[in-house]
Write a protein that binds this ligand. Structure first.
Ligand code: SF4
Length: 277
């Protein structure tokens, strides 16, 4: 029987920088005896608000496993993306800021177009640049078997838009516990808690989590607050970032309740940029 991880090209493996998609990449490499076919490529889309730990993890995967990874970022230009690398990747939110300037408003809980523009579109633009015709290549996405609704919605969306999506982890019945067991046995790991992945203060993260992240490093709030100032909008329907910062200043020891599902930011359903799982 063919392995769930054997990929027939042309295909683009979407690597979110989280543990799940890194596990998937590892299994795919194993299924191909350590080297991918020329028409199967791996790509990571950097928003500029990823944590340094995520960037280092992506870099460790590519160097330790000897697999080339295309690093791409959104650009407001004809090609729609630019190739970068570990050293040159944006770390101050530059691609995200450029997108906000272009759209003249903020993404928010209702209009989550940032994942489309910062993650999905640059990956699709890269595929086109590599000569993969739209709808004629497979997008390999790291959704697990225990992410049922996301898989369902991803398939539904792919059908509507004429894309081919493949979920090897779901096919192999892999769940979150399998991923964590795998990483507990590796010589390296993503040095982030599950709620710390994706954009550092993503508005899809729960309020308690965002406050916890700000409390740990208040400077993380600066870029987000600045975008709210510049646009006069807010990322979240409940509070401005400045409100969260103010609450923390007033009651630095008051920890808000954090619910397990709150960290599951679900950025880029299509590109499966899961949190740091
Ligand atoms: S992690 Fe959140 S803020 Fe960042 S691109 Fe995804 S949805 Fe948008």
């Amino acid at each position: 029987m063919t392995s769930s991880y054997f990929i027939i090209g042309p295909a683009l493996i979407s690597f979110s920088g989280g543990r799940t998609s890194a596990y998937m990449l590892h299994k795919i490499l194993e299924a191909h005896n350590g080297a991918l076919p020329a028409d199967v490529v791996v790509a990571f889309a950097n928003t500029g608000r990823e944590r340094e730990e995520t960037l280092r993890f992506v870099h460790e995967c590519e160097s330790r496993w000897d697999v080339p990874i295309y690093w791409v970022e959104f650009r407001d230009a004809a090609e729609g993306f630019e190739r970068v690398g570990y050293n040159s990747a944006a770390r101050k939110g530059e691609p995200f800021s450029a997108l906000i300037r272009k759209k003249k408003r903020l993404p928010n809980w209702q209009e989550r177009w940032c994942s489309q523009y910062l993650k999905v579109t640059p990956l699709q633009a890269l595929a086109e640049h590599l000569g993969f015709a739209p709808g004629q290549y497979s997008e390999i996405i790291g959704l697990r078997d225990d992410e049922g609704m996301r898989i369902f919605r991803g398939l539904e969306d792919a059908e509507k838009t004429g894309r081919r999506v493949v979920y090897p982890l779901a096919r192999a019945k892999v769940c979150k516990a399998d991923i964590m067991t795998f990483w507990s046995r590796q010589p390296f790991d993503l040095k982030l808690q599950p709620w710390e992945g994706n954009c550092d203060l993503c508005f899809m993260k729960g309020r308690g989590i965002r406050k916890r992240i700000i409390r740990q490093n208040p400077a993380r709030a600066n870029w987000w607050a600045e975008q709210e100032d510049l646009t006069g909008g807010s990322f979240d329907r409940r509070d401005m970032i400045a409100d969260l910062v103010g609450e923390i200043r007033r009651a630095p020891d008051l920890f808000d309740p954090v619910f397990e599902e709150e960290h599951d930011a679900e950025c880029g359903l299509l590109c499966a940029a899961e949190a740091a799982e």
